[in-house]
Structure formats: structure tokens, C-alpha cells
Design a binder for this molecule. Sequence first.
Ligand SMILES: Nc1ncnc2c1ncn2[C@@H]1O[C@H](COP(=O)(O)OP(=O)(O)O)[C@@H](O)[C@H]1O
Ligand SMILES: [Mg+2]
Length: 441
Amino acid sequence: MTTVALKDVTKVFPDSTVAVDNVSLDVRAGEFMVLLGPSGCGKSTVLRMIAGLEDPTSGAILLNGETANDISPRDRGVAMVFQDFALYPHMTVGDNIGFPLRLSGVEPGTRSEQVAQVASALGIGDVLERKPSQLSGGQRQRVALGRAIVRRPGLFLMDEPLSNLDSGLRAELRAEISGLVRELGVTCVYVTHDQAEALTMADRVAIMRRGVLQDVGTPTQVYGRPATLYVAAFLGSPRMNLLEAEVYVNLDRHVSLHLGDQTLYLPWNDVRARHVAHFHGERIVVGVRAEALVPVVSSTDGDVIQGRVRYLEHHGHESLAFLDIGATAVVVDEMAGRARSGSGLQHGLRRLVNRVTGRGGDEFHSGGGGVATATDSHGGDPGDSRVFSDGGRHHRRPAELAVRLAPYPALGHGTPLSVRVRMDALHFFDDRGRRIDVGWR
Ligand SMILES: Nc1ncnc2c1ncn2[C@@H]1O[C@H](COP(=O)(O)OP(=O)(O)O)[C@@H](O)[C@H]1O
Ligand SMILES: [Mg+2]
């Protein structure tokens, strides 16, 4: 079991791409740490630096508390599994798994014993004599895992090992890998862009954006109390509803949150009210997940939002309703076009239909921001970008409030629907995208 520590690690490539920007992270012995983030955010670079395949430009990497910067990759006791796992096509499964043992001079008897052990743990004990071409994708990936495990490393580094597999197999192997790694008690740093993988497999998740670490915590922590607007927008399906709100304080009574024409009242005895009250007269972002919205007949208690069904999405086990509520949604740039649970295509198509039919007003931008503009190439510190006052990272559009419903509800386009908001489940973010909360974490 190995501990890993990154101390202020930065990686700048010769073409001056800042791939990793001042990242510090501790991975405990035996921990399953998942690095999560969109493509290009620097995950693989972090992993490759831990493995010793890249040198940090500055900062230190510690293995078991000792600086590893000068330890060669092969002496780090790590095993790496990649997305494009390369097996030797001319070798049998058994020889593929046993290859690292052969390299280090383990004699054949011991070797085949250890290979058999690992193969049976992975459920591929009966295909040891086959060649890789005679295996399914899932079996091939198990062989790749077997080859990594057989050396009994102190640390596993896995870079999107399941990305090339179909979704059923992915879910199956997800459980298998995390089970196996825990059984072996080996520390693991696992890279993925898939939030479902991260939330189901991790002891802790580290979320990256443009080289910058945004948040680290257990799945419950990062999902339940995301540190930044970006993390809030990234985790969860459907995506968290993020609404622009104007704050108005009625001292000793409540803090009003104006969402377009509608108002929610955060009671003064809610401890977070004092913190939100600092934003009197300003705009903040109010986040609310679909599961914190419950349809109600009617009410005027200050915790209800009224809307009309704009469209429905049926998922079999549940249906999602998206409501027009006359409020404005904040969209984080990277998430643009694939907001909510649906595909970006769906949203794009609807926009197109609106344009063709002349129905305007579906899309509007703040400042110079836009769906496709990645203006600032780098420097994703949550503190350097404004939600309401600059272009680039965020844009705004009419909110479509996502609400979870029982399957196939008797609703149609335009049906009025009111939802009660679980006020204790609201999230608040300031203009810099930072969480507004009381002494959290
Ligand atoms: N050898 C390299 N030279 C220059 N830029 C690189 C190199 N490797 C990666 N990058 C860039 O660094 C950034 C992070 O890449 P990477 O770590 O592979 O991201 P991820 O694994 O999260 O998709 C990207 O912008 C990528 O284009
Ligand atoms: Mg990568």
C-alpha cells in the first residue's frame, strides 16, 4: 500500500500549454481516489506524473512520504492500466498475464500458479489458453487488469480503463474493479470523465477543470455540497438546476430570492440566511436538484415555484418534466449544449426548430459569452471568472426547471405544475462561482 501526495504540482508543456496548474492532493494508503473532469482538463497528465512518465515543471510528488521526482518509473512500484490496453496478440491469455513475472525472472512453476490465481479472481480462469483475438472486449480488459495485478503493485494507476466498452459491460466491470482493488487493499488513482463511474467507485473524488483542482471529497460530499458552481453543474443527472436570483433581505424575517417573477423565502432561522444576506441587492446563483422539488397542488408559502411543462423526457423508471418558470438559468461554459440529462443535440434541435418557426427568445447570452466560445484558454481558478459580469465561462438562458416525476405522468406541453422546494437542499454560489455556506468541510 502506497500513499501519494502532490504538492503544488504544475505541468507546462513545451508549447506552453498549462496542463496541470498548482495541484495539491493527498491519496491515503488503500484509498480509491477518482480524478474526474472533462476531456483535456489534465487528468492523464497528473497520472503520468505519478507514474514517472512525465516530470512536473514545478512542485513535488511524494510516494510513501518521500519525494519521487528522481525515482525512475520502474522503481515506483506502480502498475498502470490504460484505455487502449495493448495485449500481445501472439501470446495466450496466460502468457499475457504472466509476462511481467517472466520479465522479473519468476520461475515458470510459481508463475503459472500466480497467473491462475489472478485469472480465477477475475473470472477468466477458463480462457487462459486462448489468444486475445478470441476474447470479448470485457475479457480482454480483464486480462489487462490481470497483467497489472499480477505484480502485486503498491499503487494502481488507471486511465479511463472502461471508456471503450459498451455501457452494460462498463457498469459490470465498474463494480468488479472497485471490489477487486479493495480486496487487494491496493491504493488506486483512477481517471475518468464519467461522473457515474466516479460517484459509484470512489472513496473520494477529485474534480478538475482546466488543470485546476476544484473540489475533493467523498461522493456524498462533492455531490451534496459541491465547492464550486462548476462542480455543482458537473455532477448529477439531470444536471442541477442553476438559477439566477436577486437577493433581498427582510431583516429578522427572511431573505427573499427573486427568480424572475417568483420569490422563494429563506427563513431567517435557517443558518445559511445570514451568509446569503451579505449579498443583499446582488445576484447569486441558486442551485436545486430535481430530487429536491416535489409537485404540489398549490401553495403560497414562499417555498413553491410555479411553472408550465415545456417538455417531458421519459426514462422508463421515471419521467422528467422541464418547466418554464420565467426565470433565468446560469450555464457553465463547458456544460453548454449538454445541459440537463438530455443530449446537446436535443437542445440544439429545439433551438433550430424555434429559429425556423420564428419562435424567438429561447436563447440569449450575457456579455460576449456563447455556447462555442472558449475565449480564455486557461486558468480555471474558480476565483478568476465572474458569473454575471463577463463573457466566456458562463452564459444565461431561460430556465427549464428539471423536476423528477413518476413514470409517464398525465401531463402535456403547457400543463401548469407547481413544485415545493426543499429549502434545506438549496445550494448558493456567488458571482465567482464559489459556494456560499456555513463552515462546511
Ligand atoms: N505532450 C503534450 N504536449 C502538449 N500538450 C499536451 C501534451 N499532453 C497533453 N497536453 C495538453 O494538456 C492538456 C491536458 O491533457 P490531458 O492530461 O491528456 O487531459 P485529460 O486526460 O484530462 O483529457 C490538454 O490541453 C492537452 O492537449
Ligand atoms: Mg486522458
